[in-house]
Unconditional design. Structure first.
Length: 390
């Protein structure tokens, strides 16, 4: 008889409800197992279950160890510890498949690492997910994943993150978690709920951190109008945009603000971004590394032509005074006020200056076919004609 049992339940989906359903299924399966150790690697770590079962458990295992990893991936778990961790877990993830990684003990002495084998390592996706998980991991034996209320709002935050949301309850939590994972803590997050019809507002208000402020309006006016409202409320000298279905790298604030500090004549800072494709079953999947510096080179030679194809610079950290000087975003509710608003404000801001560029992936952008930007890409030429040829 093997000293461990194998968990058979497979992860599915990117929504918060998908992850919590997956957790409940694992808890039910665990409750019917009478072995001390559990083999649970999820579907990221190895190519298939047969590859996992070919990895023998090490012996002896110290009594204090609760998790055994291979190539950085959690593999074997002590049942009693895992069951307790799952019971208290209440975090947000980009997809259900990352649940085992979020349960790794915060105390590294509780984890045992096996020597690498010929089995394939975990996917590249984890390179950009694990830093956020580790920085915001739920402490053991707690009932809340949100941490404690920060002692006070920074009187003069360096960065104000502006996030306009509309029906984004499924992805908003992970976006907020990436803000909480920032290496720099002198920030405020302003979330504007633009007439959502789902539970986006409840999700936005679920984080007991005084640096997070939530505004709402009952009717949907479009992103541009909400962004101007948030800009009026912002206290930081720099403004960073974040969409409620994207997320930030942990050093985004620090590197972008430092670049603007060192370049006082620059009105905006940008960098590289990771492009992901959302799938229904597995959530976001890594696709490519995009250099906004090259995009700006196209911008600088194409501002009088229609070959930009509606592609924004990402990320975008603005100097607040520069945004105010151009009156911020368009205050219009028609279709052109709801699409290409970021390209418009960036083009107006950069007419007479170039952005400072950081050579690092600082933002993660998730592309999916049903998004507003993807559904309306064909309108870019009409928008350009109206706004630049009139």
């Amino acid at each position: 008889m093997k000293p461990y049992a194998i968990l058979r339940t497979q992860p599915f989906g990117y929504r918060a409800t998908d992850t919590f359903d997956y957790r409940e299924q694992i808890i039910q399966e665990l409750s019917q197992i009478d072995r001390e150790w559990i083999l649970w690697g999820g579907n990221l770590s190895f190519s298939n279950k047969s590859a996992q079962t070919s990895i023998p458990m090490p012996t002896p295992i110290p009594d204090h160890v609760v998790c055994i990893c291979m190539n950085g991936a959690p593999l074997y778990w002590r049942k009693t510890w895992l069951l307790a961790a799952l019971t208290y877990w209440n975090n947000r993830l980009p997809a259900a498949k990352f649940l085992p990684y979020d349960l790794l003990p915060a105390d590294p002495s509780l984890t045992m690492h096996l020597d690498p084998t010929q089995n394939p390592p975990y996917q590249k996706d984890l390179e950009y997910i694990l830093p956020i998980l580790s920085a915001t991991r739920m402490p053991e034996n707690t009932t809340s994943s949100k941490g404690t209320l920060s002692p006070e709002i920074p009187p003069q935050p360096v960065v104000s993150i502006l996030m306009s949301i509309h029906n984004m309850k499924d992805t908003l939590g992970w976006s907020i978690r990436s803000v909480l994972a920032q290496s720099s803590d002198n920030w405020e997050l302003l979330i504007g709920d633009d007439g959502s019809e789902d539970d986006s507002l409840e999700e936005a208000c679920a984080y007991p951190d005084s640096r997070i402020r939530v505004l709402s309006q009952t009717r949907n006016h479009g992103k541009a109008i909400m962004m101007n409202r948030l800009l009026f409320e912002a206290k930081g000298r720099y403004i960073l945009e974040l969409d409620g279905d994207d997320w930030l790298a942990p050093d985004a604030f620090a590197l972008l603000s430092n670049a603007l500090d060192k370049n006082p004549d620059s009105r905006m800072a940008t960098g590289r971004y990771g492009c992901w494709e959302r799938t229904r079953q597995l959530g976001p999947l890594w696709r490519r590394n995009v250099d906004s510096g090259k995009l700006y080179s196209a911008w600088s030679t194409s501002l009088n032509r229609t070959n930009l194809h509606g592609h924004p610079l990402v990320p975008r950290m603005y100097r607040k005074s520069s945004l105010i000087a151009i009156s911020g975003w368009w205050n219009r509710e028609d279709r052109f006020g709801r699409i290409f608003e970021d390209i418009d404000v960036t083009a107006r801001l950069l007419k007479h200056s170039s952005p400072v560029q950081v050579d690092a992936i600082l933002y993660h952008r998730v592309i999916y076919g049903s998004s507003t930007s993807q559904r309306n890409r064909s309108l870019f030429e009409a928008w350009y004609q109206q706004t630049h040829k009139s």
